[in-house]
Design a protein around this ligand. Structure first.
Ligand code: PLP
Length: 285
């Protein structure tokens, strides 16, 4: 079998994209599958129109011109001798050093095309017998408690933050409560000096740094309340901060353009940050 990868037709077994392709690291890409029947690619213009829309919505450039892509699809079908089967194409934002925000302009999107034979008699047989379905709850994708690489919503949120001159975006529930950041947990400190962060039972990722900060807070004699808090409460808080492995406790000075307290990093957050490495478990690197 032959695959198309970024301008080259290569043996399917050797076809690969780089480990820092954003499709691999963030699910930052789109795809189409077309049926191939009796040597024809079925509904191709409609698939390419949807691809164009998907690319536009994610601000990913076309990896080749719109005129050239059908030629590549046909060539992959031809080289694989597919009369009946499918042709698959995938476009990702390309290869870049891992960072949620979009890479620098000029990063080339990746294009991969494969084709596979299928037995039309099998499909006819299946249609004769019919199929069975089961039902599942609609939860695409509420399993944010799993640290999965399905990070496209996080990518788009953090890109939006970048474009607004911010460094993080907080996801907010329909009822106005803050869940967590695109790549961090969310905290506030009340006027009374109580740390507040959302429970990690469900709806957020249980951050390792978050858990260690519970110990740090205890050591500093601070109280933690695990509960939801609203955006309004956060804007009126004494301090606010984010936590993650790479930011530790990072003070927030503004939320949606509204300064938190006097608009300067909070002293309790900075003391948590200071004390963090005394408490954190250290393994030799
Ligand atoms: N929440 C999300 C969505 C994250 O992606 C991350 C880290 O990347 C965190 C929270 C913080 O987790 P940790 O402290 O384990 O880095």
């Amino acid at each position: 079998r032959i695959a198309y990868v970024n301008g080259r037709y290569v043996a399917h077994a050797d076809a690969c994209v780089h480990i820092e392709d954003r499709g691999y690291q963030f699910a930052d890409g789109v795809y189409e599958v077309c049926e191939v029947a009796r040597g024809f690619i079925v509904d191709m213009p409609h698939h390419l129109a949807r691809l164009d829309r998907s690319l536009r919505e994610l601000s990913i450039d076309w990896p080749v011109t719109q005129r050239v892509l059908p030629l590549i699809l046909r060539e992959v079908v031809r080289r694989n001798h597919v009369a009946n089967g499918l042709v698959y194409l995938q476009v990702t934002r390309g290869v870049a050093s891992r960072d949620f925000v979009f890479p620098a302009a000029g990063t080339k999107p990746s294009l991969v095309v494969t084709a596979r034979k299928a037995d039309p008699a099998m499909a006819s047989k299946r249609a004769e017998n019919g199929i069975k379905v089961i039902t599942v709850p609609e939860n695409r994708w509420d399993r944010v408690d799993i640290k999965s690489v399905g990070l496209l919503p996080n990518v788009l949120a953090k890109q939006k933050a970048r474009e607004a001159g911010a460094q993080e975006a907080w996801f907010v529930d329909a009822d106005g409560t803050v869940k967590e950041g695109g790549s961090s947990n969310a905290w506030i400190i009340t006027r009374n000096g109580v740390l507040v962060t959302r429970p990690a039972e469900h709806g957020i990722l249980r951050g390792i740094t978050r858990t260690t900060l519970f110990e740090v807070a205890a050591k500093l004699g601070l109280t933690i309340e695990e509960r939801g808090f609203s955006v309004a409460e956060a804007k009126a808080a004494r301090e606010a901060f984010i936590s993650s492995a790479t930011t530790i406790a990072m003070p927030i000075v503004a939320i949606d353009g509204v300064p938190v307290a006097n608009g300067h990093p909070g002293s309790i957050t900075l003391s948590l940050r200071q004390a963090f490495f005394d408490v954190a478990e250290k393994s030799p690197a």
